[in-house]
Design a protein around this ligand. Sequence first.
Ligand SMILES: [Zn+2]
Ligand SMILES: [Zn+2]
Length: 341
Amino acid sequence: MVREYKCPNCGAPMIFDSTLQQMLCEHCDTVKTVEEMETAEENTAYETGEEASIKRYTCSNCGAEIVTDDYTAATFCSFCGSPTLMEDRLSGEKMPARIIPFKISKEQAQNSYRAWCKKGMLTPKDFTSQNTIEKITGMYVPFWLYDYYANAKLNANCTRVKRERRGDMEYTHTDHYHVYRDVSDYYEKVPVDASEKMPDSVMDRLEPYSYGELQEFNMGYLSGYMAEKYNFTSDELKKRVENRLEGYIFKEARDTISGYSSTAVTEKNVRLSCKRATYAMLPVWLLNYRYKGKEYMFALNGQTGKIVGTLPISSGKVLAWFGGITAAVYVLLTIIGGILA
Ligand SMILES: [Zn+2]
Ligand SMILES: [Zn+2]
């Protein structure tokens, strides 16, 4: 099923506007809240494909076939650009529970990208061309947010050393302590991205998101953006979050041991128990580019504006740069040569 939000006034597609934090018709400027659009009669769902197992989507606006992979949840018709939501991938078990709506607009993301490119002195020109900048895409990335109870029990051998001088003799007193700690904590909303396409290293660096702004999920927020449904279930990603939490709770317990000359942890026992995993969509602005056979990615947190990216170096500019240095050195040598002569 394809879901589309149509303007109640003119019938053009309604998209979620990050500045207004509401649904907007770009054609006639009609504004509605996400909740209003959810109950509007104009929004239409289309049954497409002959069987439920065959995923074939047809654009309700122009009738073109919409090509998606198995995980696309929101996209655009490649012929008419109409925003299209794959409702069957966003409902029932696959319905996200929460969402952080986009706060950074496309224009802001493009300006950040331009400024970021300028900082890299050796950026090839192609990357800042209007053509490239147009391709920046707003994407909702699927995440699991885990709530965990964690407990760490530590045994450690610690010492306190005192030195004392009496006459010609130096005495060293070493007191030995057996230290035991039992520390518990509750961690809320620890995020792990559930999309195979997004490199984990990029997503981890885009954090933190401010989870105070999590909203109840509503499909309307996705209108006008791309979205992916999760590739991995919350169970499949537990190992990743637990590795992280094991480190957190161990550090918390270890940090309570202080004031000793030496501390050696002899035994640790960490217990983790998952209380809840929440399926959430988080906003990211993305720009992928290929340059000389290599892939590069620019990513920007769609809520906070934080940037993560790898910038390639253009060999043409490197040559010009080094050429400039060589020329300067040559001039300098000539002047010195002139003085000496
Ligand atoms: Zn309209
Ligand atoms: Zn279309």
